[in-house]
Design a protein around this ligand. Structure first.
Ligand SMILES: [Cu+2]
Length: 153
């Protein structure tokens, strides 16, 4: 993570997570790996819980987290702060819950979804009304990508 991202992450952790969406059934269980000190990772966990997911959050050392990313096929260019597993897919970074739900419904042949870096305004990275446009990428098993969703514009 770049120093700028770290600062943004700390700032974001001071703000509120996205409001709960009521009346949705439990879509699945998510296992998250993150650093204990990552505030925006914690906010993303809350976002997923509020969207109906059951979340197990594991705090791990930085070196372990890098290993988990490598094993999951998350290369440097796709990397963000936290890495999650759900329904056989990897979810890297601040991917909105709605996109994870769509992934689990559509079940494409892929590794999973990534939001590289930490765009401002993505779930867990809220900073007031500021919104940075970002794309959720579907990463295929061969490492190629396609745009799964666009947000923040
Ligand atoms: Cu983050």
């Amino acid at each position: 993570m770049s120093p700028r991202s770290t600062i943004l992450c700390l700032l974001a952790s001071l703000l509120f997570a996205a409001p709960a969406q009521a009346g949705q059934k439990v879509p699945g269980s998510v296992e998250v790996f993150k650093s204990a000190s990552c505030g925006c990772c914690g906010n993303w966990v809350k976002h997923m819980q509020q969207s109906g997911f059951t979340v197990t959050a594991n705090n791990v050392a930085y070196s372990i987290l890098q290993k988990i990313k490598r094993q999951a096929g998350v290369t440097e260019e796709f990397a963000s702060c936290h890495t999650a597993h759900v329904g056989g897919y990897v979810i890297e970074g601040h991917v909105p819950a709605e996109d994870v739900k769509r992934l689990l419904q559509e079940k494409p042949e892929a590794l999973g979804l990534v939001v590289p870096g930490m765009p401002i305004g993505s779930p867990g990275m809220e900073m007031g009304s500021e919104k940075e446009p970002y794309e959720v990428l579907l990463v295929k098993k061969d490492g190629s990508t396609e745009v799964f969703a666009r947000h923040g514009r």
